[in-house]
Design a protein around this ligand. Structure first.
Ligand code: BG6
Length: 494
């Protein structure tokens, strides 16, 4: 079904996110008929630009980043005419009033029933101001719905996130706020529910009785690129763990919801977050969390700079570019099962994978004692390859009774003709139809901050060591030791 008619406002329309993700996503939705006929898109930013210039930018971005190539001639013109640009100082109420008038014209022209979606691709400290000027400039007086879509980082810690939330909530209701975590828009993250709840042979085993540990790896080969100024304040903990990593963990660990409704699912996710064992003292942080930073290294023979040599990064920065931790979900289902999470920049591969390691079959007389049984694994490949595989033990062909691990794989991204929508495409579509399942609710966010804040505090007070690792390697040795202490190891990620 197509989204109801709406005007989409992109704040920060001249920025990187709009160019790389949002315009291409809107175009894909358009090509698939998911925007319907009654829509308009308004780009907003400070700098002056004509509609024509803006449409050229949009064309360029779609050509470069969209899975559909821009149509030619009249077809393109029909899409492009829905785009307009409005220069705006977001703190200026008069500017908003003008915008409100232009919007009413657009709504008349395209018979849009007053639905308005505000996508803030802006620095979070502007969210409060925009919300207020939207209200004071009359932008929320139209007859339809109003939705605010916002990007991370949502706050810097729990108190700042709470302040930010209060500012927004003075204007918008919780149901109107859609907090993006683009990992929740990924095909395979959404697929976790199906794999778990639509199969007879996973859910009965999905507990501490049968699962030895869970490993969630989000590895990147890139460094901080030109984002040094942002990243240095954020670090892996805030950039990746507080949001993407914890979201994946909750999808794996949550109880089956009573219905597949947004609120039911999010209720279950909050329960997981609240069950995660806290890092209540610096000792806990030292024992269960490893922080690392990449030093000079190399990849495929090419030298790579260390983090401290990157642009806009202070030469004595203690910001972490690598994070690994042992976490526990202290509830009946997961008692005692370690969840290992790790993420880092400048690792050897770009790959996100979730490995569920099952407990070994009991040793038994069928197999010679000298044979080591490998555990069964379920591997969910999230990014960039999409699919799942399981590793099971089978007899090696031949006369010997030898066991070997074999892989059974479903490779979704290998299927010809499957061109899965990008995360942003799904999420914008969902926001357009008001489905908030894959957006972060405030209580989830609050619980996630409360969990990571003590880690940040221990680091800030230098109560735990910063380990260096050469760029292009799998992070500090201590991250391996974390699993070794428990008799496990990281399964290789492809
Ligand atoms: C973003 C982080 O949220 O996620 C980036 O800010 C990171 O630092 C990116 O590179 C990774 O996303 P993906 O989809 O490329 O795995």
């Amino acid at each position: 079904a197509a989204a109801e008619g709406a005007v989409y406002f992109i704040f920060g329309a001249t920025g990187d996110l709009a160019r790389r993700k949002l315009f291409p996503a809107l175009y894909s939705l358009y090509r698939e008929g998911k925007l319907g006929d009654r829509f308009a898109i308004v780009g907003l930013a400070r700098r002056p630009r004509t509609d024509e210039q803006f449409r050229d930018d949009v064309h360029e971005s779609i050509r470069e980043f969209c899975r559909y190539k821009p149509a030619e001639g009249g077809e393109w013109a029909a899409f492009a005419e829905r785009f307009s640009y409005h220069p705006l100082d977001i703190s200026n109420v008069d500017g908003m009033r003008q915008l409100s008038e232009t919007t009413q014209e657009l709504e008349r022209r395209y018979e849009i029933p007053g639905n308005r979606l505000f996508y803030l691709a802006l620095a979070p400290d502007l969210f409060g101001t925009v919300s207020r000027t939207l209200r004071d400039g009359g932008m929320l007086n139209s007859p339809g719905w109003h939705r605010l879509v916002i990007e991370k980082p949502f706050g810097y810690d729990y108190p700042s996130a709470e302040r930010l939330n209060e500012e927004i909530r003075q204007v918008f209701r919780e149901e109107e706020v859609f907090r993006i975590d683009h990992y929740l828009g990924k095909e395979m993250v959404q697929n976790i529910e199906m794999i778990r709840f639509a199969n007879a042979f996973f859910e009965p085993l999905w507990n501490a009785g049968h699962i030895a540990n869970v490993q969630i790896t989000l590895a990147e080969t890139v460094g901080v690129e030109e984002r040094g100024a942002y990243y240095n304040k954020s670090g892996a903990l805030r950039d990746m763990v507080q949001n993407h990593m914890l979201q994946m963990l909750t999808m794996i660990a949550m109880e089956p919801p009573s219905r597949l409704d947004p609120e039911d699912i999010r209720d279950e996710k909050v329960k997981v977050l609240r069950s995660i064992r806290t890092f209540s003292s610096p000792e806990e942080v030292r024992a269960r969390v490893i922080r690392g930073q990449y030093a000079e290294g190399s990849s495929k023979g090419k030298p790579l700079p260390g983090y401290r040599q990157e642009e806009s990064v202070p030469a004595d920065s203690a910001t972490e570019t690598f994070f690994a931790a042992r976490m526990f979900v202290d509830n009946f289902r997961w008692a005692g099962v370690p969840f290992y999470v790790r993420t880092g920049k400048r690792l050897p591969v770009k790959s996100t994978e979730i490995v569920v390691e099952f407990k070994n079959a009991p040793r038994n007389v069928l197999f010679a004692r000298k044979q080591e049984l490998q555990p069964n694994l379920l591997v969910i490949r999230v990014n960039p390859m999409e699919g799942i595989y399981i590793k099971i033990n089978a007899k090696r062909p031949g006369n010997e009774m030898t066991i070997q691990p074999v892989v059974m794989e479903y490779c979704q991204s290998c299927l010809v003709g499957i061109n899965t929508p990008e995360a942003y495409e799904r999420l914008i579509f969902d926001a357009g139809r008001g489905d908030s399942t894959y957006f972060t609710r405030w209580d989830e966010l609050a619980a996630a901050w409360q969990l990571v804040d003590p880690i940040a505090a221990a680091w800030r007070n230098n109560e735990s060591e910063l380990h260096f690792y050469p760029a292009g390697t799998w992070g500090p040795e201590q991250a391996d030791a974390l699993l070794r202490e428990d008799g496990f190891r990281w399964w290789p990620v492809n």
